[in-house]
Ligand binder design. Structure first.
Ligand SMILES: *[C@@H]1O[C@H](CO)[C@@H](O)[C@H](O)[C@H]1NC(C)=O
Ligand SMILES: *[C@@H]1O[C@H](CO)[C@@H](O)[C@H](O)[C@H]1NC(C)=O
Ligand SMILES: *[C@@H]1O[C@H](CO)[C@@H](O)[C@H](O)[C@H]1NC(C)=O
Ligand SMILES: *[C@@H]1O[C@H](CO)[C@@H](O)[C@H](O)[C@H]1NC(C)=O
Length: 333
């Protein structure tokens, strides 16, 4: 072996080592599924039933619910909703049963809702036949301006953010009874100077707290809550706290330990917030496509992965332009 060959071999080994090592330094992401056309918009996400490997994702460009297989990396439509153009929030309410928000809006720069068009349905994904899950209307929530993020307040009701009215509704998905649960103008209403006029957007429950993001406040808040038995209402049980600021957040996920994963939709970044480390970018960057236009996320049951939905970077396209909507898996350490 001459010196040149030795040098070449060593270089190859060295490059090979770098290639192997690099994923460890790049917050590994994998695209589980991506549509084939731009203009697609995934808006929200829930874990499928525990007996499946599926994620349930809602579309905002069409009134459809899709199931994504996290092992096979494919997806299929499982439900459509009548007299609507879009789906928004989704949350499990019972075994195999999910509540889904559907209504009408027009997508330009962002979505512009038809006020009064919003309804909540339940979908039974354990009873899919011929590719269609049974859909049942729970209620038309005529007073709502734009029903957006939705989450379960365990064993009681679902909570739904209304981005136009700046309130969080509670709804009994069995009876259809609903009322305003939380209405804190300072943290939930759109700021009067905000041209987009978007108030509270995402909502999640963690322990005794309701967390919510408010776009026009560029912040995420939380408020301790209780259940008032006589009135059957979720009520604030303490002051509102700010848990993240200077970040415009669409939806977000909360891990079991309280770590927050915020979808900084116009930054094309997933931002992690922990008590110890504060706020840091977990993955993405404005010019990068990894999580361009991230809209919502959910943490896997084992806590080791974060599944993120995107709109393809519709609001602020990454380098190379808007791409089709996708579901991305981020490995958490
Ligand atoms: C994915 O593909 C597998 C194998 O073809 C199929 O069994 C499964 O139902 C598909 N899942 C979805 C969500 O389409
Ligand atoms: C369909 O939606 C429109 C707009 O929200 C509403 O005015 C109309 O009453 C709905 N029709 C039916 C049959 O639900
Ligand atoms: C929320 O509270 C404000 C201020 O008290 C009130 O004006 C508004 O009507 C409330 N919104 C709803 C939907 O109840
Ligand atoms: C990975 O995450 C760290 C913070 O957790 C961040 O500083 C870094 O920019 C991220 N890398 C990529 C490629 O997004």
């Amino acid at each position: 072996m001459n010196l040149f060959t030795l040098f070449t071999s060593l270089t190859c080994i060295f490059l090979f080592a770098i290639t192997l090592a690099s994923p460890l330094h790049t917050n590994a992401t994998t695209t589980l599924f991506q549509y084939s056309t731009t203009g697609t918009w995934l808006e929200n996400i829930a874990l499928g039933p525990p007996s499946t490997n599926t994620l349930l994702v809602t579309r905002m460009d069409v009134p459809e619910l899709w199931a994504v297989d996290t092992i096979a990396h494919n997806a299929t439509r499982v439900a459509t909703f009548p007299n609507a153009t879009a789906c928004m929030g989704i949350t499990p309410v019972d075994e195999g049963i999910y509540a889904v928000v559907a209504g009408s809006l027009v997508i330009t720069d962002i979505g512009h809702p038809v006020e009064g068009s919003w309804s909540v349905y339940t979908v039974d994904v354990s009873a899919i036949s011929d590719g269609e899950a049974p859909v049942r209307k729970v209620v038309d929530l005529r007073e709502a301006g734009w029903l957006n993020g939705m989450t379960l307040f365990p064993d009681r009701v679902v909570l739904i953010a209304d981005s136009v009215n700046g309130v969080i509704w509670q709804l009994d998905a069995r009876t259809g009874e609903y009322s305003v649960a939380l209405n804190d103008t300072a943290s939930m209403a759109a700021s009067p100077t905000d041209p987009l006029g978007l108030g509270v957007n995402g909502v999640r429950v963690w322990k005794e707290y309701v967390y919510y993001s408010t776009d026009s406040r560029s912040a995420v808040f939380r408020v301790p809550v209780g259940w008032e038995k006589t009135t059957k209402r979720v009520v604030a049980a303490g002051p509102v706290e700010t848990v993240a600021q200077d970040v415009v957040v669409d939806d977000f996920a909360v891990a079991e330990d309280g770590t927050l994963y915020l979808m900084a939709i116009a930054e094309n970044e997933v931002v992690r917030v922990t008590v110890d480390a504060g706020k840091e970018v977990l993955v993405g960057a404005k010019e990068r496509r990894e999580v361009a236009g991230c809209t919502s996320a959910v943490v896997s049951r084992d806590g080791r992965r974060l599944w993120v939905t995107t709109n393809g970077g519709h609001i602020v396209p990454a380098e190379g332009g808007e791409e089709p909507a996708k579901v991305v898996e981020v490995v958490l350490e």
